[in-house]
Each structure stands twice: as structure tokens, then as C-alpha cells.
Design a protein around this ligand. Structure first.
Ligand SMILES: [Zn+2]
Length: 511
């Protein structure tokens, strides 16, 4: 007999919880770009932000709500009136809006953080769900620090919020303390003890402090949970969240075990992972499951031999099913505007204003002169640098001398607000020399917080994707640059960061 499996709802919170990783701030346009990729991947719910947290968050939720049509778009809101109103306003144009409201229910959080009696928490939770229902029929309620809450209190509050109209009940392991057997058993008990539990979908939200976020989430799925909250590359606060790609591929690969299936188009996993990594500047470790560069590289001779004879001997998944090998040659030097634009559209990147596309097309032409094969990843990296609204700083010319046994020297010409400046400096390495030369004329006084280089595609003619994170007066910005010459990419990334600082971009820390 072929029984139909339950749907496992994939709730992506890369843009909300993922963005809370220290330094992983994203601009509104970057969030929209990631959201479009998530929509193409057929993620069910996209949590776009925390609308009341700042004006920037509000606008980002609003922009994602307008751009995305096929996925539900969600905003987080504490269980208080102003938060819920703000979330409702930000989601006004969403095709399928969801408000996700939460309050802490563990004794330690109620007593010390909220300084509220359990009965007050109970009343506020019910009231918040009712208010949220005035904006949308799709309301999710989270019991913050739920895994450390008193069972009886939890059952009572869940029953009441379901009666008030919450369709999804999330019990997060906020502090990453859970263990798979225990966390799964908790859901089983909750579902058994809450009289109206059949009226709601239960959800997990796990943090990876002990490396158990994915295991805990999957254990919960085995015990009746039908929504998993997760992020691309496992991005998130502290050690991160459960990683979307691992959850989705575990469920898909072990269909013999899991009672559920997802609606995810897995071929978009690797391109989305790359996009998130290049926007946040957080590289993916090579041995990371599914999306790491070595995830499908079989080194051992015995393994290679086995795979050549029969792939399933050592490979449990096919690399192309998660989007590897999809970086096929698409375009080159002779490709015209229409072809380039069409390929961008297929990648979920639309250019609303002609000026922005003209800039990107020029970069494409410049790259095609240096590198004859242009892959999807290259196209994506060409758009990530165009965020700073005003280009105060532009590179005119760069020359770096580096010789073993002597100090590297950089000489460059910068255009600062239209005026040409020359600078030179020595440094402990060629990148250091270049940055010192830039600072000798720009005098921003910003601190360099992160410098990272990633190859966009394989091979030595690959583009280097550089992220430079600068901090000035408590404001953090991520500048990005891509070029086949990593020193040029580094310079462009540094100037991009300076342009973001000069135009008031970036994000205040701790918001
Ligand atoms: Zn979280």
C-alpha cells in the first residue's frame, strides 16, 4: 500500500535569525536577493526579519513581502501590541503573510527576564495571538526557551493559543541545550497532552551550541513535528541554527525512515549557499555536509574505483541533485545584453532600474575579457558589489610589488569625490600594503574586522570573492569585491566598505 506522506514545512530564518550572527548584517537589497533564491527553491515560509527592531528591518520585511509571491513571508514580533502592529504593517503587501509572535515560558526567563508571573505571560500570549489574527489568518506562536519550560504550564498555554487562532506552535531549543532523544520525547508528550493539538502544526527551532541542531530537529520530526525552522549554511546566533540543506537532504535521502517529504527543489541548494556566503562574508568550511567544497570529493583510490564501477557503492546522494555541477558554461565574451539579462532572471535576480543593469553588464564585459568562461556563480558575484548608493571612492589604478625577502609595496590612484589622489605604502603582505595605501588618503579611521577571500568557481582563472568588514563608531559594514586578480578584488571590497560607511549604510551592532 502506498500511503501518502505528510508534508514537512521548511521555514527559513536566514534573513532573521541568520542575520543575528555577529557581523552577518545584510542590506535590504541583499535580503530581497536571498529571498528570491529561497522562493525559487520552494521554501514554504521565509522569515524576513523582526519588523519593529529598526526602520531598516521594517523596510526589509516590506521589500521581501512585495518581491516574493510563492512563499509565505513572515515577520517576528514579541507578544506585545506595538510589535504585532508593526509586523502587520510590514506584511501588508504579502501574498501570504504570517506573523510569528513569541514570549518566554521557562521559569528562569519569566522570573528574571520578563519579571512577570506565569498568569500574566499566559494572558499576554493569548492576547498577542488574537491581535495577530486581526492582520492575518496565519499566526505562529513560539514558547521561547520552551525546552526548559514546566510541562503543565506549556500544555495549558499551547491549548489556549491554539483556541485563540495560532495555526503553528513552535517550541524552540533557544539555548542549544537539548539532546535528540529528550527533545523528541518532549514533542510526543506535548502532542499527547494538549487536547486540541491536532488543530496546529508543531515546529522546531534548534540552535547548534552542542552540534545537535539538525539531530534535534529530525528527532522532533520523528515525534510528530511538521515544521522545521532552519537557515542556509546553518547561519545563526552563536554556533548557528539547524542547517536547511542538511535537514532537507536527510529527509530526502532517508525516505525509507522519515514519515515526511519536503517540497524543496534541491538543485538550488548550492547556488543559494554560495549567495548567502558571499553576501555575509562567512565562508563555508570545505568539509561542511552538502555544500562544502569537499562534500562530494572522493579522494581515496578505493572509493574512486568503487564509484566508477557503481556510484551507490560510496555515494549516498548525487552532487547534481543539490546543485553542484550546475555551474555550467553559460555565457562568454560575445554574449549580449538580452542573454545576460535572461540568465539573471533565471537566477532570480531582476533589475528594476536600467542604470543598475548597465553597471552590472559593464562588469560582465570586463570580466569576460579576463576570463573566458562565465558561470552562474560569477554572475551572482557581479551583482553583490553594487549596494553602495554613492561611489565616493573609486579605484583608478593599482600596482603592487611583492618579492621574496623584501617588504611588499602598493602604489595606487584613487578617485575621491571626483578628485584623483595618489598613494603608496609598504605592508607585511601585498593586501596589507594596499589597505594601508588606501587609508593614507581616505583616512577613514575604520577598524578592519574581517578579511576573507573565496574562489567563486574552481580553477586558477577563478574570480576571487573578497569580503572586507569595517567598523567605525559602532557601525559595521561588509564591503565586497570580485575580480580575477585578488588584489584588485581586495581593493574593490575595501572601497565598497568605505562607500557604505560614507553613505550611512550598514547596521548598528547589537540591534
Ligand atoms: Zn533562534
Amino acid at each position: 500500500m502506498n500511503t501518502k506522506k505528510d508534508k514537512l514545512v521548511i521555514f527559513d530564518t536566514t534573513l532573521r535569525d541568520g542575520e543575528q550572527s555577529p557581523g552577518a548584517s545584510m542590506t535590504k537589497d541583499e535580503k530581497v536577493r536571498i529571498a528570491r533564491m529561497l522562493e525559487r527553491m520552494r521554501v514554504d515560509v521565509i522569515e524576513a526579519g523582526f519588523a519593529i527592531a529598526s526602520q531598516g528591518d521594517f523596510e526589509a520585511v516590506q521589500a521581501v513581502a512585495e518581491a516574493v509571491k510563492d512563499s509565505t513571508v513572515c515577520s517576528l514580533a514579541r507578544a506585545v501590541g506595538p510589535d504585532i502592529i508593526r509586523a502587520g504593517e510590514a506584511l501588508q503587501k504579502a501574498t501570504a503573510p504570517r506573523i510569528h509572535t513569541f514570549i518566554a515560558t521557562s521559569p528562569i526567563h519569566m522570573k528574571y527576564k520578563l519579571q512577570m508571573e506565569p498568569e500574566q505571560v499566559f494572558a499576554q500570549a493569548v492576547d498577542a495571538v488574537k491581535r495577530a489574527r486581526q492582520f492575518t489568518d496565519d499566526v505562529e506562536f513560539s514558547l521561547e526557551d520552551g525546552s526548559r519550560s514546566e510541562p503543565e504550564f506549556m500544555y495549558r498555554i499551547i491549548e489556549a493559543v491554539i483556541n485563540a487562532g495560532a495555526g503553528t506552535i513552535n517550541i524552540p531549543d533557544t539555548v542549544g541545550y537539548g539532546e535528540p532523544g529528550e527533545y523528541g520525547a518532549m514533542f510526543k508528550r506535548v502532542i499527547e497532552n494538549v487536547p486540541n493539538s491536532d488543530k496546529a502544526i508543531f515546529s522546531t527551532h534548534c540552535h547548534n551550541d552542542l552540534g545537535l541542531a539538525v539531530a534535534n530537529s529530525l528527532s522532533a520530526v520523528m515525534n510528530g513535528v511538521r515544521q522545521v525552522e532552519c537557515t542556509i549554511n546553518g547561519l545563526g546566533e552563536r554556533a548557528g541554527n539547524a542547517s536547511l540543506e542538511e535537514i532537507v537532504m536527510a529527509v530526502r535521502t532517508r525516505q525509507d525512515l522519515y514519515p515526511v517529504e519536503t517540497g524543496i527543489d534541491t538543485t538550488h541548494i548550492v547556488p543559494t549557499s554560495r549567495l548567502v556566503s558571499s553576501i555575509t562574508g562567512f565562508p563555508v568550511q570545505p568539509n561542511k555536509a552538502i555544500v562544502g567544497a569537499n562534500a562530494f570529493a572522493h579522494e581515496s583510490g578505493i572509493h574512486q574505483d568503487g564509484i566508477l564501477k557503481h556510484r551507490e557503492t560510496y555515494e549516498i546522494m548525487r552532487a547534481q541533485d543539490v546543485g553542484w555541477g550546475h555551474n555550467r558554461l553559460v555565457l562568454g565574451k560575445h554574449s549580449g545584453r538580452a542573454a545576460v539579462k535572461a540568465r539573471y532572471e533565471e537566477l532570480g535576480i531582476n533589475f528594476d532600474d536600467a542604470g543598475e543593469f548597465a553597471l552590472v553588464f559593464q562588469r560582465f564585459k570586463d570580466l569576460a575579457d579576463k576570463k573566458h568562461e562565465i558561470f552562474d556563480e560569477d554572475l551572482q558575484s557581479l551583482v553583490t558589489g553594487s549596494e553602495a548608493p554613492v561611489e565616493h571612492y573609486q579605484l583608478e589604478d593599482l600596482e603592487v610589488r611583492s618579492k621574496s625577502g623584501s617588504l611588499p609595496q602598493a602604489q595606487l590612484r584613487l578617485l575621491i569625490d571626483g578628485e584623483s589622489h595618489r598613494a603608496e605604502a609598504y605592508g607585511s603582505g601585498p593586501v596589507d600594503a594596499t589597505f594601508k595605501a588606501i587609508e593614507s588618503v581616505a583616512e577613514s579611521g575604520a577598524d578592519l574586522k574581517l578579511y576573507s577571500v573565496n574562489a567563486v568557481t574552481q580553477g586558477t582563472d577563478s574570480q576571487g570573492n573578497v569580503t572586507v568588514r569595517l567598523e567605525l563608531d559602532g557601525r559595521l559594514v561588509n564591503g565586497v569585491g570580485a575580480d580575477t586578480d585578488i588584489l584588485v578584488a581586495s581593493t574593490l571590497a575595501y572601497l565598497d566598505a568605505l562607500n557604505l560607511l560614507a553613505s550611512g549604510g550598514g547596521k548598528r551592532k547589537g540591534v
